[in-house]
Design a binder for this molecule. Structure first.
Ligand SMILES: Cc1cc2nc3c(=O)[nH]c(=O)nc-3n(C[C@H](O)[C@H](O)[C@H](O)COP(=O)(O)O)c2cc1C
Length: 186
């Protein structure tokens, strides 16, 4: 039997990313974001939903630049930490031990230890209610060689991403269970 529940954004699992930002003096910050998604392939765009009270919201609205860093499951403690404290109070690079690397096209740094990094320029900011949706174009992307497959694509088995569910639980990604087009007859 179906149970009708209150309307809620129950999409699961969702990826967890670390978004870096910077102010005009080069002071950097990291925020943990679960409400993120792919929005467009040409030009390549992603979305990030951020509450207006976050320090990152202030930095990204001002500079209109950000980097999406995709962490590994091993980095869970650092990922959680970046979602528990504010850059208004602490330096999260210092707190996590992550290493900032200069980006090639934007001001905020890449996180060296995250295997995939997407440099983005914000094209739209949509106020939706509790969150504002940042629609950001990817202007440069980086990946550690070790996480790429033979075709140069990111292999989740090697990149070991983290996922998050509506029960406030972190998940690792398990098996590969098929290939795109599996339903087509030969
Ligand atoms: C797993 C996880 C996912 C989160 N996802 C979001 C999100 O999608 N949007 C958001 O505004 N805050 C999200 N947060 C909360 C922020 O990361 C948190 O408030 C952070 O301390 C804000 O940092 P800042 O003030 O330095 O920007 C999440 C936190 C955790 C732990």
């Amino acid at each position: 039997m179906k149970v009708e529940r209150r309307p809620a954004a129950t999409l699961y699992p969702v990826p967890v990313v670390l978004v870096t930002s910077a102010d005009q003096d080069g002071k950097t910050n990291i925020i943990t974001i679960a409400w993120t998604g792919v929005a467009c392939s040409q030009p390549p765009m992603v979305t990030i939903a951020i509450r207006p009270n976050r320090y990152s919201h202030e930095l990204i609205s001002r500079s209109r630049e950000l980097v999406v860093n995709i962490p590994t499951a091993d980095q869970l403690k650092m990922v959680d930490y970046c979602g528990m404290v504010s850059g208004r109070d602490v330096d999260k690079f210092r707190g996590t031990g992550f290493t900032p690397l200069p980006a090639s096209r934007v001001g905020p740094p890449l996180i060296k230890e995250c295997p995939v990094n997407l440099e983005c320029v914000v094209r739209h900011i949509l106020p939706l209610g509790s969150h504002d949706l940042f629609v950001a174009e990817i202007v440069a992307s980086h990946a550690d060689e070790e996480v790429l497959d033979e075709n140069g694509r990111v292999d989740p088995k090697r990149a070991r991403p983290l996922a998050y569910s509506s029960q406030q639980k972190y998940w690792s990604v398990g098996m590969d269970i098929g290939t795109y087009g599996i339903s087509r007859k030969n």
